[in-house]
Each structure stands twice: as C-alpha cells, then as structure tokens.
Design a protein around this ligand. Structure first.
Ligand code: CUA
Length: 196
C-alpha cells in the first residue's frame, strides 16, 4: 500500500511519538529550570563565602617535604595530639605511601581541634566522614582544618586521593573520648588506639 503523504516529515505520527514542538517546549522549560538552579547555587556560594568565610581549605603554608623527619613541627616527637594553652587540641600527622603517621590519634569531645597535616611524598587526601574535615594533603604544603567533635567514638579516616598501589589500604583512625578521660592519657596513649 502506497503512502498517501509522500513527504515523510508530513506523515501523521504513530502512537507514542511526541511531536517536535512539544519536545522543544519541554526542553526549554528544563533549560530555564537548570539555569535558575545554577543562579541560585552560585548566589549561595558567593554569599556564604562573603558573609560566613566559608571556603575550601586554602592555607598556603609551605614546608620542605624532604626534611620533615629531621626537625621542626613534623619531627616524630611532635606528631599526634598536643594540648594548647587555651585548652584546644592540635593533631599533627604526616601522610606518606601508604599510611598516616601516627595511624591513630586520640582527641577530646566538645573541644576545638585543629588538624595539621603534610605529605612526605605524593598527594594524599584526608577525610573524616560525617564531619567538615576533607582536604588534600599536598607535599610541600601544610593542610590545616579546624573542627569540633560532638560525639565520642572512633572515626575512620581513609585517604581519599589516589596515591598509588596501596591507596585502598591507607587508613587512620581518630578516637574521640570524653574530656575527663582525655586528660588522664599519657603522651604515648594519645597517639595509639591500642586497647589495654
Ligand atoms: Cu594516600 Cu591514597
């Protein structure tokens, strides 16, 4: 049977095929919606950055990655958790293939905590799930992140930047303990999660 309409574009559409005008109309609506969302999100980013100083960690502090272990802030004796005069805690760690040193730090709950990390070799990542801590650890720079833990417990921190064959096994832990318990810990117990 020959087609009544020789121009294929003019033939009536069979069931289930949406006409071109309707497709164009729908696409336009989606596009408007997307552009609207983009404008809202950009506004939120700019406003929160300008008013609440919320921005990605961008502490530009340099350090020589080849002499970390010899002296200075990241010498072995300085690693782990230190208590500052104002009662806040500073945890210093070195990331290297494929471990964090120390691999566990103890911290007190409801206390302001500052993490300072650096890398001895390649770029690693430092992430504490369900907290605001998430930063890259770049050799030559010190990464600094501030946080406060509201609940005691063990927080696992995976390296979240691919750093080589052993990346998947690069983990450390943060053990958050009650304040009173933290004060009773000796220096070696603050850098170890081994249970006695
Ligand atoms: Cu270190 Cu991945």
């Amino acid at each position: 049977m020959a087609d009544a309409q020789p121009d294929p574009l003019q033939r009536p559409l069979s069931d289930g095929i949406v006409p071109a005008e309707e497709v164009a109309r729908t696409e336009k609506r989606w596009l408007t919606l997307m552009v609207g969302m983009l404008i809202v999100m950009m506004t939120v980013v700019v406003l929160s950055g300008a008013t609440s100083a919320i921005h990605p960690p961008s502490n530009v502090e340099t350090i020589d990655p080849t002499t970390l272990h010899l002296n200075g802030e990241f010498a072995e004796s300085n690693l782990g958790t230190a208590q500052e005069r104002d009662g806040s805690l500073t945890a210093r760690l070195i990331a290297d293939q494929y471990a964090f040193v120390p691999d566990c730090v103890k911290l007190a709950v409801d206390t302001s905590v500052k993490f300072r990390l650096t890398s001895a070799d390649v770029i690693h990542g430092f992430l504490l799930p369900s907290t605001n801590v998430n930063t890259m650890v770049v050799p030559g720079f010190v990464a600094e992140v501030r946080t406060r833990f509201t609940r005691p417990g063990i927080y696992r921190m995976p390296c979240n930047e691919f750093c080589g064959n052993g990346h998947h096994g690069m983990w450390a832990r943060v053990s958050v303990v009650p304040k009173e318990q933290f004060q009773t810990l000796g220096p070696t117990e603050r850098v170890s999660c081994v249970q006695r």
